[in-house]
Write a protein that binds this ligand. Structure first.
Ligand SMILES: [Zn+2]
Length: 140
């Protein structure tokens, strides 16, 4: 599977009083998802690197704004199997939430392209095919 990579720059006030920029790169290579932050302040020379399991909430919102929202769909005939598989890999999600989803037709997940790719890979490993769609895009 192809690597999904998204990045966004965030400007913030540096300790030196000037503006520094952090570039966040959210990447999924088909196996591992990681978010890397690289900060640089030209006026004072500050450099910092940070790694995250996923982007901070405000960065995630910027990624959604820049790259759009994605949905992960599964054929109705295997929806129950897909939800059961999701529950196995994400036991923190409340059972009631899953039960409420069982008879629905909506997407399994809505989020960034990286988030959707992560779940698609999890399900593919359990032989459950899915389809990712970008919201609001009609040029199929
Ligand atoms: Zn600085």
């Amino acid at each position: 599977m192809k690597t999904v990579r998204q990045e966004v720059d965030r400007s913030e006030r540096c300790g030196c009083g000037r503006t520094r920029t952090t570039t966040f790169i959210d990447i999924f290579d088909g196996v591992r998802r990681r978010t890397h932050g690289s900060t640089f302040c030209a006026p004072c020379g500050l450099r910092a690197e940070s790694d995250w399991d996923g982007p901070p909430q405000d960065v995630r919102a910027e990624l959604l704004g820049k790259y759009g929202s994605w949905e992960l769909h599964v054929d109705r005939s295997i929806r129950t199997r897909a939800l059961a598989a999701m529950r196995r890999t994400r036991p923190d999600v409340p059972l009631a939430e899953f039960m409420a989803e069982m008879g629905q037709d909506g997407p399994l997940l809505e989020g960034t392209e990286v988030e959707v790719a992560v779940l698609a890979a999890e399900l593919a490993r359990q032989d459950i095919p899915t389809e990712a769609r970008r919201l609001g895009k009609t040029d199929a």
